[in-house]
Design a protein around this ligand. Structure first.
Ligand code: SF4
Length: 292
């Protein structure tokens, strides 16, 4: 298919099925809390990541236990990567981060990896050294928000960091053994041309990232983007436009890079636009067919 999907990559690495188990730490985000800017990224509403209220009162250990139990009840016999997904998962004192990530060892029979999602300006040397220690014992993905390699776009969407900050974080992370780096990218950001997006993909290649997670722009309730969309200032893509865009960009991606995701996933109750007439699995099977 010209691309290396995360599922195919896991099959290369493990002789058993592996799936990601989302974990929510509620560590918050420095960007939302005024340390690097005001109000957070204009597209962000963390409630869209999951139905967070259900897990708000559970600590990491309890979430892992419950997640494994539910997967087993549904008949899943494989193992898990703990996915620290929401907010900024390195935004805490090092002892607290260690306590949270150490939970993986308590479930060593079931857990084979960690995936930690964060901002590039929240990755000090101490944190990278800590993550590298886990990488000796398990698969360790560090997912770093980029969204676009275009500084004009990053300013427009209020990311609170520039491309150089992302580049610096990736280059430093690559200096630590075992850390697999993954860039989060959004396609269809306001004002971006195909060439801007191609430039982002080419930077992902050039920096030697191990993975990429691609999202199409979705307008989520309660965000600045929702206001822009309702004022007619923010175009969104229908599924055909987005598929054409992917078919243009993906052949430029280094085929060694693991593609963790190709479509965004927002609960319907929070999604303003675009509302596609096909679902994610239909979209992906059509895309894979066209890629082949
Ligand atoms: S997208 Fe991430 S970095 Fe931006 S405000 Fe939301 S949690 Fe913070």
């Amino acid at each position: 298919m010209r691309i290396r999907t995360f599922r195919a990559y896991l099959r290369e690495r493990f002789p058993f099925p592996v799936k990601k188990l989302p974990i929510h730490t509620f560590l918050g985000c420095p960007h939302r809390e005024g340390r690097t800017g005001k109000g957070g990224c204009f597209y962000c509403n963390n409630a869209s990541f999951a139905l967070l209220d259900e897990v708000r009162s559970l600590d990491v250990r309890e979430q892992v236990r419950l997640g494994i139990e539910r997967a087993r009840q549904r008949g899943f016999r494989g193992k898990f990567i703990l996915y620290f997904q929401t907010y900024t998962n390195t935004f805490a004192p090092i002892e607290e981060l260690k306590r949270q990530f150490d939970v993986a060892y308590e479930f060593a029979g079931d857990v084979v990896g960690l995936s930690v999602s964060t901002r590039p300006d929240c990755l000090g040397e101490e944190i990278l050294a800590l993550l590298s220690r886990y990488a000796k014992d398990m698969m360790l993905w560090l997912e770093i928000g980029l969204q676009s390699a275009n500084d004009r776009t990053l300013r427009l969407i209020n990311r609170g960091h520039d491309f150089a900050t992302f580049r610096d974080a990736v280059e430093r992370a690559k200096g630590f053994d075992g850390i697999l780096t993954c860039a989060h990218v959004i396609l269809g950001l306001p004002g971006e041309t195909r060439e801007d997006m191609l430039n982002t993909i080419e930077w992902v290649n050039r920096l030697g990232l191990d993975g990429i997670k691609i999202h199409h722009l979705q307008v989520v309730k309660g965000t600045v983007f929702e206001r822009w969309y309702r004022e007619g200032k923010l175009p969104v893509m229908d599924w055909r436009e987005y598929m054409d865009l992917l078919l243009y960009l993906l052949p430029h991606l280094d085929p060694r890079i693991v593609v963790h995701r190709l479509v965004s996933d927002c609960p319907p109750s929070l999604l303003v636009a675009p509302r596609w007439e096909i679902d994610k699995s239909e979209f992906l099977s059509l895309l894979y067919r066209r890629l082949r």
